[in-house]
Design a protein around this ligand. Sequence first.
Ligand code: SAM
Length: 190
Amino acid sequence: LIRLYVGLVHYPVYNKNHERIASAITTFDLHDLSRLSKTYGVKRLYVITPLADQQELAGRVIEHWTTGYGATYNPNRKEALELIHVCGSIDDCVREVAEIEGERPLLISTDASMKRREVLGYSQAAAMVRAGRLIVLLFGTAWGLGEEVFDRADSFLDPVRTDTDYNHLSVRSAAAIILDRLAGGHPGGS
Ligand code: SAM
């Protein structure tokens, strides 16, 4: 049984000028990442934003497809979007997971940057997932996670590397590659 939680972080992240901001919710992140999470047995997808209007927007999308007309129109979408929980901060997310599981989760952050030295490799991370380690895996939005997220994380996952110098995967694509490496081939982990 895998005990993997995913957090999509909208604060603290950087904008184009490397200023710390709270980014806006992208509704297709909610659709794609929730289906991805459901497919790979992620227990919850936390959408993390301190902005009340953005929390409300996420809440409206989720509600439409889980309780409104959309729930009967598209039940597969309902099942996926039900995994989403909106919360105000990474601390709140970690606290909620700890309450649900009765244990403090390991916080692992992801990053496109090749700079970091002490990274967690995929085979090691996949073994931890398979062993049922309680993990919260964080993904960034905008121009990436704020430095303080890396300071407080317990571990950083090795970036997805390619042979090109184009290093601009969308969070949806990066998350799909990473979840397949960590939880692929081990279904039934919900
Ligand atoms: N506006 C962009 C979008 O539409 O997705 C947001 C980009 S956001 C910075 C991309 C996030 O995906 C990163 O914070 C990280 O979590 C993940 N990511 C992207 N490229 C990655 C890579 N090569 N390795 C690991 N994670 C990566």
